[in-house]
Design a protein around this ligand. Structure first.
Ligand SMILES: Cc1cc2nc3c(=O)[nH]c(=O)nc-3n(C[C@H](O)[C@H](O)[C@H](O)COP(=O)(O)OP(=O)(O)OC[C@H]3O[C@@H](n4cnc5c(N)ncnc54)[C@H](O)[C@@H]3O)c2cc1C
Ligand code: FES
Length: 282
């Protein structure tokens, strides 16, 4: 169980791992995630289920190697096994025939939004996908997203593909052009999701975001992932990870996400050149 059956590098920091997890693959729904540990000295990290194949018994994870645990996970080779994997966790995304759904994503979230875009299309929606990145070489999953979108538009900060600027500018263009938008789903860095919500709020376009606070158990018992939504405390791992973006307290989310930043920066990062393969005691 949890054997890596395929591995592909998608961009400089991002890898796709197909993992044998038949029980998870049989139950997974778009919007859900798993909690994974690369090796028995590792920490548990939440990762979205980017795809699932119940026939083959595989799930697909797309992982951005930004710290110790993600680096350890992408260091596993085909034939090696993750120590444990728990899921599917979280409440599935709300999929229905809303009309026109705009999917907004950037970076690793491109893979997270893919199963949702596909499900929205299968439910009969017109799907418009807006992708943002720093530069053209950072896009991936393009064929997959084109297949399940009526239209895909690109924005890059350096102007190397599509519109020069942020993905929010693409959304503003759609609104200005009079596109009837029934729902926006935004997944990506917190500042991006926050900007999308501020943009859609005055137009009263329902906007759903997928939050990514620090998680520990992923099952609603530890309280680590608490977020403020509509003035109430919610647990992202069980009540989410998707919420009505117009009700989310993004300032509180950003503050909580930064609380271990100083400690993380002090840890010597000898993992970063390919991982410690479980030998490190830190
Ligand atoms: C529900 C959920 C789904 C996720 N899905 C994916 C996914 O599909 N692919 C993927 O690559 N990542 C995903 N993440 C983020 C992933 O869990 C973190 O990147 C990972 O835990 C970082 O662990 P690390 O030890 O490698 O890095 P650390 O050393 O812990 O952190 C490195 C840097 O990343 C920041 N960071 C840590 N945790 C998070 C987080 N949860 N969100 C944003 N920044 C963080 C830290 O503040 C620090 O600056 C998801 C997070 C959640 C909550
Ligand atoms: S991660 Fe522990 S309650 Fe959500």
């Amino acid at each position: 169980m949890f054997e890596i059956v395929a591995k592909k590098q998608l961009s400089n920091q991002i890898w796709q791992l197909d993992i044998h997890a038949p029980l998870v693959a049989a139950k997974a729904r778009p919007g859900q995630f798993v909690v994974v540990r690369a090796h028995d000295k590792g920490e548990r990290i939440p990762l979205s289920i980017s795809d699932f194949d119940s026939q083959a018994g595989h799930i697909t994870l797309v992982v951005q190697a930004i710290g110790h645990s993600t680096t350890d996970l992408v260091s596993l080779e085909v034939g090696e096994k993750a120590a444990d994997l728990l899921g599917p966790l979280g409440t599935p995304a709300e999929i229905d025939n809303f009309g026109t759904v705009v999917c907004v994503a950037g970076g690793v979230a491109t893979a997270i939004i893919y199963p949702e875009a596909r499900a929205f299309q299968q439910a009969g929606n017109k799907v418009i996908t807006l992708l943002g990145a720093r530069s053209a070489d950072l896009f991936f999953y393009e064929d997959e997203l084109r297949q399940c979108s009526d239209e895909v538009r690109y924005a890059t900060e350096d102007g190397s593909r599509g519109k020069q600027g942020f993905v929010t500018e693409l959304l503003q263009e759609l609104i200005d052009a009079g596109e009837q938008i029934d729902r926006v789903v935004a997944i990506g860095p917190v500042p991006m999701m926050r900007a999308v919500c501020e943009l859609t709020r005055p137009y009263q376009i329902k906007t759903v975001v997928s939050l990514n606070p620090i998680m520990v158990d992923g099952t609603g018992m530890c309280g680590a992932c608490r977020v403020e939504v509509g003035g109430e405390t919610r647990f992202c791992c069980t009540d989410g990870p998707e919420f009505d973006g117009h009700l989310v307290d993004f300032a509180a989310l950003q503050n909580r996400s930064r609380q271990y930043q100083n400690l993380e920066e002090k840890i010597p990062h000898h993992h970063s050149n390919g991982g410690c393969a479980g030998q490190c005691q830190q």
